[in-house]
Design a protein around this ligand. Structure first.
Ligand code: ADP
Length: 193
């Protein structure tokens, strides 16, 4: 089973991806985490990505696409994966379709976590306060820029998946457990679990 989790920054994609990973043995693939690992180890990609991420902009499509292509080919993805933070642009969505058809894989569901803007800002502020480990891009101005970039570049891919009839919307403003149950219901309905 291969799933995409979509939604604005702070919508809870990471939390739900972790839950699906544990519950169904799917592999979470988070482009944000992968990029942060590249930055931490000072690779060529990391050096380029750092400033872009700190400003809330998107890293270029070819870099992200080749990172994902290499990642889904690894054996730990053979039972399926949850894409968290990818695709984020139309070219990425198209590249993913090509990658999947090349490997004879299907996309079983695209789940959108719907959350209001006010709640997102509040959540990201809380995450910063609770963690103590503030992400460089959790600065309030950068969060606004990440939300703008999401509306401009990522929201337009929703009709792409709507047309493919695989888009499911979940109310992301419920408690995390309730969001998880709503996702389970979708997957059960698809006969996937
Ligand atoms: P968010 O909380 O915004 O969902 P992520 O951890 O997924 O954060 O991503 C952090 C940053 O990494 C993004 O703001 C962007 O700069 C970069 N990034 C992550 N995934 C992608 C992608 N698919 N395409 C381009 N840039 C990406």
């Amino acid at each position: 089973m291969n799933i995409i989790l979509l939604g604005p920054p702070g919508a809870g994609k990471g939390t739900q991806a972790k839950r699906l990973e544990t519950k169904y043995g799917l592999k979470q693939i988070s482009t944000g985490d992968m990029l942060r690992a590249e930055v931490a180890s000072g690779t060529a990609i990391g050096l380029k990505a750092k400033a872009i991420m700190e400003s809330g902009q998107y890293v270029s499509d070819p870099v992200i696409v080749s990172m994902i292509e290499e990642r889904i080919a690894r054996p730990d993805c053979s039972h399926g994966f949850i894409l968290d933070g990818f695709p984020r642009t139309e070219p990425q969505a198209e590249a993913l379709d090509e990658m999947l058809s090349k490997r004879a894989l299907t996309l079983n569901a695209v789940i959108l976590l719907d959350v209001s803007e006010a709640q997102l800002l509040e959540r990201i502020a809380c995450r910063t306060a609770e963690d103590g480990t503030r992400r460089d891009d959790d600065d309030p101005d950068v969060v606004r820029s990440r939300l703008n970039v999401y509306h401009k570049q990522t929201a337009p891919i929703l009709p792409y998946y709507e047309r493919a009839q695989c888009l499911y919307r979940v109310n992301g403003m419920q408690a995390a457990d309730a969001v998880g149950e709503a996702i389970d219901t979708i997957l059960v309905g698809k006969g996937k679990i």
